[in-house]
Design a protein around this ligand. Structure first.
Ligand code: MN
Length: 331
């Protein structure tokens, strides 16, 4: 689990202990993400499946990509495709995604870095493993989160933030059993590098086995915890959770995560993404790669895409890498 993981957490800034037991957020729901495939066939878990949009607001959709250890020739991505009306946030924990878009942008997202892409009024892009990774195979693990835009910002010009791993704000729990990487928004007084259109927080937590984290959380935000790996429990009620499960919390000022130790021996760390934001509170029409407020706006997006108004694939564009045939097949 590379992400950005310093060897010694005791040097880091520490969260203050949370004080008021009566202000803890209680667990509302625990759902299990079904498995699916995305793009040209890479394995995902649909993290938000089963929760109504109102509980997710300001988020719309999230895929956990992998974790998968590809054999040579297996890594896959997406073909060129459009977006309008929201933001795609791609956080790579292990491995590398290469991207290119119709506005001349492009680059690598790798090991702990985040691409925060505002599709706004429209963009075409491709997300694919680099050729060398397709040839070699290897670990691939990340998430793609869709963040909605309020009506006033749906047609803003497209934009990127490349949030490098070393720019993420690192904070430890009071006893240093938990590491919190703040990608966007704030956790207590600690602010991550991502800039957002509406108030929200995105953090990646690693909890050592036996560790516990009481995380301060803005009372105006919803609170979602998605378990990326390992197992543990949530809330003072110690509700068990494991990899691939999403927890939605009720209202309050802080939430609790614990990592279990089992009788069978030392478990790995609990890895979780913690997300929340102030609900936008507007109607959501989600159709394929478009997230708008009304069906008429979806129809307009489809028409604009057909007419090339969301962008065109640039000449000499990056395309999905086709692996070279093996020597055995050549012979
Ligand atoms: Mn996309």
């Amino acid at each position: 689990m590379p992400a950005l993981t310093p060897t010694d957490w005791t040097d880091l800034a520490r969260l203050a202990p949370v004080a008021e037991p009566g202000e803890e957020r209680v667990v509302a729901t625990v759902t299990t993400a079904p498995r699916g495939v995305e793009g040209e066939g890479f394995p995902v878990r649909r993290a938000f499946a089963g929760l109504p949009l109102a509980a997710l607001d300001p988020f719309v959709h999230m895929d956990q990509m992998g974790e998968v250890d590809y054999a040579p020739g297996e890594p896959k991505g997406t073909p060129w495709h459009p977006h309008r009306g929201f933001e795609t946030v791609t956080y790579m924990i292990d491995g590398t995604f290469q991207h290119q878009d119709s506005h001349g942008g492009g680059g690598l997202i790798t090991n702990g870095s985040t691409q925060w892409m505002t599709a706004g009024r429209g963009i075409l892009h491709i997300e694919t493993p680099p050729a060398a990774l397709v040839e070699s195979g290897g670990l691939f693990h990340g998430v793609q989160l869709w963040v909605n835009l309020p009506a006033r910002d749906k047609m803003v010009p497209p934009a990127y933030q490349s949030l490098e791993a070393e720019d993420v704000a690192l904070v430890a729990s009071p006893d240093a059993t938990a590491l919190v990487r703040v990608v966007a928004g704030t956790v207590g007084p600690h602010r991550g590098p991502g800039s957002t259109h509406t108030p929200m927080t995105m953090a990646h937590v690693t909890l050592t086995p036996g560790g516990r984290l009481d995380l301060p959380w803005d009372p105006d935000f919803n609170a979602l915890v998605y378990v990326l790996a390992g197992q543990g429990s949530v809330g003072s009620e110690r509700r068990p959770v494991a990899a691939g499960q999403l927890v939605s919390f009720g209202r309050g000022r802080w939430l609790r995560l614990s990592a279990e130790t089992s009788a069978g021996g030392p478990d790995g760390p609990l890895e979780a993404l913690v997300l929340g934001g102030r609900p936008i509170g507007e109607p959501v029409e989600h159709y394929g790669p478009f997230v708008m407020n009304t069906r008429a706006e979806i129809a307009q997006a489809l028409e604009d895409y057909r007419r090339g108004r969301l962008g065109v694939i640039p000449p000499g564009a990056l395309m999905p890498h086709v692996p070279h045939p093996s020597r055995e097949r050549d012979a």
